[in-house]
Ligand binder design. Structure first.
Ligand SMILES: Cc1cc2nc3c(=O)[nH]c(=O)nc-3n(C[C@H](O)[C@H](O)[C@H](O)COP(=O)(O)O)c2cc1C
Length: 333
């Protein structure tokens, strides 16, 4: 049921990771304009907030740029809230519904959301069974981490129960609950699930460029996962999916005009998101994006502190006017 691109010419499908405050419709459209990927996940959508009716609901529900490849990711505290939110979202022409069982933000986990679902296998299997009934014609998936500690038996037992309860695929971000972004994802666990389960497995964590992609992809004939999900690498380089595909097709380099990319991103942000969100959403992207620019870290950090959205825009255009040679980026690693 992970239909889009899986197994095409023996290669794994590519997915844009769900990232709160980043993978909104504007950012997804930017990725898509560069050639895109096979599956796009939304930011996590709070089941309770969706049911309560937020003023921004339409923005979270947007299925731009390609509804048929869009997966809504839901996070929630209770069985009933997740079921209700999923049944509402499944009325939209999306590809599927994913339940966030990996988020480890303490304020959410304490109240039973995200990774807390990994610790209550009976309740989780019951939730998936119920969701399977209400979303018969959409993909149903979960995104997991490792749990509190390395415990291959417990992880495998949970994954098998989820498979039995009816999920179509599982994404694994193989880090423990408390491991932050600096820790290396342990892809041996992706291999384990791939070996032991019959449903497709999506591997996620640490794919930032061609070299890290190759090590996680495995060989063309024997891929380590059915799909590879990319988060921060795509924020640094919204063209990364297109670049990986073009490298596979034999092209070595891709030349990018960074000024054009960031200007386009800001236009799409303005088009797809409410004005109140522009400053925070732009600031989220800047540090990743400006790591492409030689000596750009300090600009990224300065922009991350710039509260006024228009000031940020101005700073960027002045920067590229002053350093036109820094517009050019060649993706080759
Ligand atoms: C800013 C940010 C927001 C994130 N939000 C979510 C989210 O809403 N749902 C989720 O399942 N994971 C979320 N994640 C985790 C990513 O989906 C992904 O698992 C993680 O970044 C590892 O992948 P990467 O190494 O390719 O970045 C977020 C990560 C970042 C950096």
């Amino acid at each position: 049921m992970l239909r889009h691109g899986v197994g095409e010419a023996g290669r794994p499908a590519l997915a844009l990771a769900p990232m709160a405050t980043i993978t909104h419709a504007g950012f997804r459209t930017l990725v898509h304009e560069y050639g895109g990927c096979d599956l796009y996940f939304t930011e996590m959508i709070s089941a309770e907030a969706l049911i309560g009716g937020t003023p921004f609901e339409d923005h979270y529900r947007s299925l731009a740029p390609v509804p048929a490849r869009m997966i809504y990711q839901v996070i929630g505290y209770t069985h009933d809230a997740i079921v209700e939110a999923a049944s509402r979202l499944a009325r939209e022409p999306c590809a599927g519904i994913d339940v966030n069982m990996g988020c480890s933000a303490p304020q959410l986990v304490r109240k039973g959301a995200g990774i807390a679902w990994m610790y209550t296998p009976n309740a989780t299997a019951r939730l998936i069974g119920e969701l399977r009934k209400i979303v018969p014609d959409r993909t149903l998936s979960v995104k997991l981490r490792l749990g509190r500690k390395d415990d291959p038996d417990a992880l495998l037992a949970l994954a098998l129960r989820l498979q039995e309860a009816g999920v179509d695929f599982i994404t694994l971000h193989p880090k423990r609950q408390k491991e932050g972004s600096a820790r290396v994802a342990r892809w041996g666990y992706v291999d384990l699930l791939k070996r032991e389960l019959t449903i497709p497995i999506v591997g996620n964590g640490g794919i930032m460029d061609w070299a890290s992609y190759l090590s996680r992809r495995g060989t063309q004939d024997n891929p380590r996962a059915d799909a590879l999900m990319i988060g921060r690498g795509a924020v640094r380089a919204p063209w990364l999916f297109a670049y990986l595909r073009s490298r596979e097709a034999g092209r070595q380099e891709m030349e990018i005009d960074l000024s054009q990319v960031i200007t386009r991103f800001l236009s799409l942000l303005e088009e797809h998101q409410p004005r109140q969100f522009w400053p925070s959403r732009a600031r989220r992207v800047y540090p990743y994006f400006f790591s492409n620019v030689p000596f750009g870290h300090s600009l990224g950090a300065r922009l991350a502190d710039t509260r006024d959205y228009d000031d940020g825009r101005r700073l960027i255009s002045e920067y590229f006017d002053a350093h036109p040679q820094r517009r050019r980026h060649v993706e080759r690693n």
